[in-house]
Write a protein that binds this ligand. Sequence first.
Ligand SMILES: Nc1ncnc2c1ncn2[C@@H]1O[C@H](COP(=O)(O)OP(=O)(O)OP(=O)(O)O)[C@@H](O)[C@H]1O
Length: 248
Amino acid sequence: MIDIKNISKTFGDRQILTSINGSFKPGDTSLIIGGSGTGKSVLLKCMIGLIKPDSGEVLYDGRNFLTSNLEEQKAIRREMGVLFQGSALFDSKSVLENVRFPLDMLTEQPENEKLDRARECLRRVGLEAAADRMPSEISGGMKKRVGIARAIVLNPKYLFCDEPNSGLDPLTSIKIDQLISEITNEFKITTVVITHDMNSMMEIGEKIMFLYQGKKLWEGNSDTLIHSDVNELNEFINANKLIREMEK
Ligand SMILES: Nc1ncnc2c1ncn2[C@@H]1O[C@H](COP(=O)(O)OP(=O)(O)OP(=O)(O)O)[C@@H](O)[C@H]1O
């Protein structure tokens, strides 16, 4: 369970986030949606400790991440998996080496255990056969799968995905969403996904938070999304529907 309380952030004199509250449950894939520049990535970075908010709290199963000492913060970080935009794979490492990288960095496990675990995660994302290929030799969708395998290799309690569908065709996007949702459910991970993708909102939106100009204007799920009385949300959805129609 992750709770965020009154998260605010300014850059210079620009207020980017204003008093954001919310909670994210294990086994749920929670989405943060909103237009470009509205503060989604900044909020995610505040949650994982890449940006320090000006005020507010981030609680990981009750543990206050921002006021924890370095050791405690490290322990919480060790329980996070992150899928960055663009997958962020190491080009000079094979698929298998990319997946086992966090094990090399953060554990003292014996070689054979690391290899077994990395292979197990690759199998879970359906890519065992691609273990020895280089990132330049695989498709965008496969790269995302490798990124997901790497994000779960340390058995995270919390998984963060920043635009997991960016650059993918609609069919591959749906498959990646389904994979994230299945893994979240299977391992009871608390997953937070930033997305613009209308399909994702409708398919895996168990819980959706809508940000507008740095404020949380609405919270709900895919069933209530299209019946809200929040004008800004309706405009956002209509604009997305239009884009989807144009892409067909
Ligand atoms: N390190 C930073 N220094 C100054 N301004 C920043 C910094 N990071 C983000 N911003 C600003 O904060 C605002 C929100 O950015 P953010 O990346 O969170 O938007 P977003 O909702 O994720 O947008 P997108 O969907 O386009 O990725 C933007 O105006 C951005 O320029």
